[in-house]
Ligand binder design. Sequence first.
Ligand code: GAR
Length: 188
Amino acid sequence: PIKLGVMASGNGSNFEVVAQAIANGQINAKIQVLIYNNPKAKAAVRAENHGVKSVLLNHRDFKTRADLDRQIVQTLRQHDVDFVIMAGWMRLVTQELIDAFPDRIINIHPSLLPSFKGVRAVEQALAAGVKITGCTVHLVCLAVDSGPILMQAAVPILPDDTVETLHARIQVQEHRILPLAIANIGNG
Ligand code: GAR
C-alpha cells in the first residue's frame, strides 16, 4: 500500500472520501497522517473518526511560508509518507515542500484548469459566465494550480446556480475523481 499524507484546511469532505475508498478496498493505501492548518478544520474530527493521526500546524505560528513548509516536510517524513494529497489545502506552497516530494504531491482544484486558478475558483467561473466548469486533479508544482493534469470532470453551470449550489455539484465530481486518481497512482 502507498503511504499517504493528507493536507486539509477545512471541511475535509475530500479527506473523507479518500479514507472511505481505502476502507472499502478501492484504494490500496494507508493514510499515515493528516496535517491541518486551521484549528477549527472539521477534517481533524473526520481523521479521528477514521483512526487517522492528525497534526495541527497553524500557519499563524510560523513567520514565513517556507518555515511552515519545512515543518510540514518534517512531519510527513516522521510519518514515513511517500505521497502527499492536498485535499482542500488553502495555503500557497513553497519550494521546500515541492523539492522534498518531487512529482509526489497532488491537488484537487474546483475548476477546469488552466481556467480559474487560485482562490474562489467557483466564484470566478460564475462571474466569467462560462457554461461548463468542473474540477481537476493535478500534480503540484511551484506555480499555483499549474502542474500536469491527471484527471478532470466537467460540471454544467445552471441558470440559477449560486456559488453554493454549483460548488456542491462540483464536489460530487471531486469525490469521484480524487479517489480514482489516487487508485491509479497506487496501481503504478
Ligand atoms: C474543494 O472543493 C477543493 O477543490 C477546494 O477546496 C474544497 C475543499 O473541500 N480547493 C481549493 O480551492 C484549492 N485552491 P473539502 O474540505 O470538503 O474537501
